[in-house]
Design a protein around this ligand. Structure first.
Ligand SMILES: [Zn+2]
Length: 79
């Protein structure tokens, strides 16, 4: 029951690590977000691991491969 109170403070880093492990060990990307447009790029992101996938508004389907929203340098932190 203690976890509920502490959860909010440590939630961010915990989720990030958990997401990384999901990404590392394989995520099925079953919970995708709604399409988001940033800098004229429209993409959906996985609510579990955070990987992004471009979204084509003309066909209303995701296009291409999943990619990481983070630059490589930050990912090296975990290695
Ligand atoms: Zn995923």
């Amino acid at each position: 029951m203690k976890n509920t109170a502490i959860g909010n403070i440590e939630n961010t880093s915990f989720v990030e690590k958990q997401s990384f492990f999901k990404w590392l060990f394989g995520c099925w990307h079953t919970r995708m977000s709604k399409p988001v447009t940033i800098d004229s790029t429209t993409f959906c992101y996985c609510k579990d691991c955070g990987l992004r996938r471009n979204y084509d508004f003309e066909t209303f389907t995701p296009q291409g491969a999943f990619y990481s929203p983070r630059p490589g340098k930050e990912e090296l932190y975990f290695v």
